[in-house]
Ligand binder design. Sequence first.
Ligand SMILES: NC(=O)c1ccc[n+]([C@@H]2O[C@H](COP(=O)([O-])OP(=O)(O)OC[C@H]3O[C@@H](n4cnc5c(N)ncnc54)[C@H](O)[C@@H]3O)[C@@H](O)[C@H]2O)c1
Length: 273
Amino acid sequence: MEIAGKVVVVTGAGSGIGRELALRAHREGAAHVAVADLDEAAAQITASMIGVGARAFKCDVSVEHDIIRLVRETESQAGPIDLFCSNAGIISVDPDFDNAASAPDAVWARSWAVHVMAHVYAARAVLPGMIERRSGWLLNTVSAAGLLSQIGSATYSTTKHAAIGFAESLAIAHKDHGIGVSVLCPQGVKTGMTMGGFFAGADVDGVLTAEQCVDAAIEGLRAGAFVILPHPKVADYVKLKAENYDRWIGGMVKLRRRVVQARAAFLDQEARK
Ligand SMILES: NC(=O)c1ccc[n+]([C@@H]2O[C@H](COP(=O)([O-])OP(=O)(O)OC[C@H]3O[C@@H](n4cnc5c(N)ncnc54)[C@H](O)[C@@H]3O)[C@@H](O)[C@H]2O)c1
């Protein structure tokens, strides 16, 4: 898909990858960019960086009513939505790093709501119009963790896997309606999500800037790809996983040991500050 002349919505657009997606959509010639974030002030900053042709929304993607309002108000102002980028995301480290089931129910529920139900609500709101028009695109920011895993966050890994599952259903069900679906699956990207706390001490391999991640997203949309991998080596890891699941788990166990060591060194350093 080409963005020029299109009406685009980006959630989680107050920061990181979402802000860059919104700015890039504008640079690609989008007719209108709706910039949505839980953090209204941050959304307003992104919208003001774009200027005319952008509107900021306060929107909690885990609340269906907020998504419906975002879609209705964008469509009444700018016309039918061509590209909905469901990008907002959150991460939390397992509270007991040595227990993958240690996150409380509230953290599981929040991750499910933001990483899965938000994509369902977006699709539910835009699909009827897209089906009628026989056109439209859903770009869901997932993560390489949805294809592989995220050491130290079972909530993130599990809900990002579920996000891939939902996107597959969308792609299979709606190809014949003329609707495209893509999942953006980066590994490390330098954003607010990765610059603080645990990740500051983590050995994140091949970190990209948000701009580089979005370059890959735009290229993937242009090619009509379902899976967009800003880090191409993720395709090799997925292949290894599919070829021999047990060997892949073994490799991840070794990687986790290194992460545990790096985390201990990081926490020790923090404690000395
Ligand atoms: N940064 C990475 O390394 C990385 C890697 C893979 C995938 N991702 C995914 O990329 C997406 C964007 O993350 P980012 O790295 O730009 O992080 P970020 O923290 O910089 O941006 C996330 C934005 O989402 C917003 N947000 C959070 N919860 C929300 C909600 N309920 N409703 C609306 N907005 C909400 C935040 O306010 C923030 O502006 C996420 O889905 C994340 O899981 C990030």
